[in-house]
Design a protein around this ligand. Structure first.
Ligand code: FES
Ligand code: FES
Length: 203
């Protein structure tokens, strides 16, 4: 058996230290060691996108990264989305002071969504609420990966066209929905009108 390595990382704003086997994937570390089972594992080959998380603010496939490679990183998983996403995210007023310093400094950088979440289910991120209202999930296995991809995409592409939305979704596979309702949910979050009835809009 290989020698375990010490890692220290921040996950959803909380600092963790652990000893991990060198070949342990970050996905398995999150699920099995930290109990964060919202990150799903489908193909384990970097194809399906179900395991997508944010590593230092960037969407990555956690099945393709070893836990030791996340040493020193800030990780965000689907479990953090509802917790911080329903209101604009800003550092607490006392950030950097006192015993809660580590948590305050690692406030998740999910995009402020303004009032777009108003009227939705309390506690859900606007993307989650839009998925719910547009029936953008069925079995839900793929959904955490889609949401973690889209939370960054919608922040960085507020004026995305349908073509750009579809391209952003291309790295995540869904066997249930046919994707159209996911596109509609993204359009909703971006404040765009729904596609005309009877077919997808093409920009
Ligand atoms: Fe990681 Fe499929 S489980 S991409
Ligand atoms: Fe079932 Fe996407 S909702 S795989």
């Amino acid at each position: 058996m290989s020698a375990a390595h010490a890692v220290a990382l921040t996950v959803n704003g909380r600092p963790y230290q652990a000893r991990v086997e060198p070949r342990l994937s970050l996905a398995d570390f999150l699920r099995d060691d930290l109990g964060l089972t919202g990150t799903h594992v489908g193909c384990e080959h970097g194809v399906c996108g179900a395991c997508t998380i944010l590593l230092d603010g960037h969407p990555i496939r956690s099945c393709l990264l070893f836990a030791v490679q996340a040493d020193g990183a800030e990780v965000l998983t689907i479990e953090a989305l509802a917790e911080v996403g329903a209101t604009p995210v800003a550092p607490p007023a006392d950030a950097g002071r006192g015993e809660d310093r580590s948590r305050a400094e690692s406030t998740p950088p999910f995009p402020p969504m303004g009032e777009r979440g108003a009227g939705g289910v309390r506690g859900l991120h606007p993307l989650q609420d839009a998925f719910r209202r547009h029936h953008a999930l069925q079995c839900g296995f793929c959904t955490p990966g889609f949401l973690m991809t889209l939370v960054v995409f919608t922040r960085d592409h507020p004026d995305a066209t349908d073509a750009e939305i579809r391209e952003a979704l291309a790295g995540n596979l869904c066997r249930c929905t046919g994707y159209q309702n996911i596109v509609e949910a993204v359009r909703d979050v971006l404040g765009r009108a729904a596609a005309p009835a009877g077919g997808a809009a093409h920009d």
